[in-house]
Design a protein around this ligand. Structure first.
Ligand SMILES: Nc1ncnc2c1ncn2[C@@H]1O[C@H](COP(=O)(O)OP(=O)(O)OP(=O)(O)O)[C@@H](O)[C@H]1O
Ligand SMILES: [Mg+2]
Length: 220
C-alpha cells in the first residue's frame, strides 16, 4: 500500500505551503486565492475560487490523468472513478466535464447530455460516461433508464445534477460543488472514498517522492 502511494507527497505541517503550491498548480502564479484545506494528511475537502472558465478547465485538466490512470501518483489499475457535479444552471458542470474529457484525449464534439441524458466515449479501452439527471423528476428514473450498470463498470463517470437521483445513487469518489461567486465560481471538492482522497491530496500537493507516514487504506 505504501509502495502504491509512494509518490504522494506529505501534507506540509505548515498548511500555507500546501496552499501556495495549489495556487501555482491552478493558475501558474502565486497570487493569493481563498483556499481552505483540512489538516489531515489526506485531504477530504478543498475549497477554491475559480475566477473564470479557464480556471474551471485547469482544475479539470489536473484531475483528468488521475482518472485515466496516467498520473504518476495513481496506479494504472486504479483508473476510473466517479465524480458528481453540483451547482445551479450554468454553474460550470459541463464546462468542467468538457475540459476533463478533452484532456483525457477525447476529440471531436463533446455534447452536453442535457437532452440525451447520457453521452458515452471510449479511449484506450476506458469508457467515459457523462450523465445529466436534471430532467429526472423521480429518483427511480435513472434506475429505470438502465444507468445502474454503468456504475458497476471500470469507467470514468461524471454526473451532473446527481441530487435528482436522490439517495438511490451511491456516493461518488469526489463531489464537486460549484456556486456562483461573481465574477467566478466558488468550488468545494469533497472526497467520499479513499480514491477521492488520493485525488485531492495529489491535486493539492506536488510530487516529492516521499511516502506518507500513514495511507488512507486501500484505494477502491
Ligand atoms: N469559474 C468560472 N467563472 C465564471 N464563469 C465560468 C466559470 N466556469 C465556467 N464558466 C462559464 O459558466 C457557464 C457554464 O456553463 P455550463 O453549461 O458548463 O453550466 P452547467 O453547470 O453545466 O449548467 P446546466 O445545469 O444547465 O447543465 C459557461 O458560460 C462558462 O463559460
Ligand atoms: Mg450542464
Amino acid at each position: 500500500m505504501i509502495v502504491r502511494l509512494g509518490a504522494i507527497a506529505i501534507l506540509p505541517k505548515n498548511g500555507c505551503q500546501g496552499r501556495l503550491l495549489f495556487f501555482e498548480i491552478m493558475s501558474g502564479t502565486k497570487k493569493p486565492r481563498v483556499l481552505n484545506m483540512n489538516e489531515e494528511q489526506y485531504l477530504t475537502t478543498v475549497d477554491i475560487y475559480l475566477a473564470d472558465e479557464e480556471e474551471t478547465s485547469a482544475l479539470a485538466r489536473q484531475l483528468a490523468p488521475m482518472l485515466c490512470g496516467t498520473h504518476p501518483a495513481i496506479p494504472p489499475a486504479e483508473r476510473g472513478g466517479r465524480i458528481h457535479l453540483l451547482g445551479d444552471l450554468g454553474a460550470g458542470k459541463t464546462s468542467f466535464t468538457r475540459a476533463l474529457l478533452r484532456e483525457a484525449g477525447i476529440s471531436g464534439r463533446i455534447k452536453s447530455p442535457s437532452y440525451a441524458l447520457l453521452e458515452t466515449y471510449k479511449l484506450s479501452n476506458l469508457y467515459f460516461y457523462h450523465l445529466d439527471f436534471y430532467r429526472f423528476s423521480d429518483p427511480r428514473e435513472w434506475i429505470d433508464a438502465g444507468f445502474r450498470d454503468i456504475l458497476k463498470k471500470e469507467a470514468v463517470v461524471l454526473i451532473e445534477w446527481p441530487e435528482r437521483a436522490g439517495s438511490l445513487l451511491p456516493p461518488p469518489d469526489l463531489e464537486i460543488s460549484l456556486a456562483y461567486a461573481d465574477p467566478g465560481r466558488q468550488a468545494r471538492l469533497t472526497a467520499h472514498s479513499n480514491k477521492g482522497k488520493l485525488w485531492l491530496t495529489t491535486l493539492a500537493l506536488p510530487l516529492q517522492g516521499c511516502p506518507p507516514k500513514d495511507s488512507p487504506g486501500d484505494v477502491s
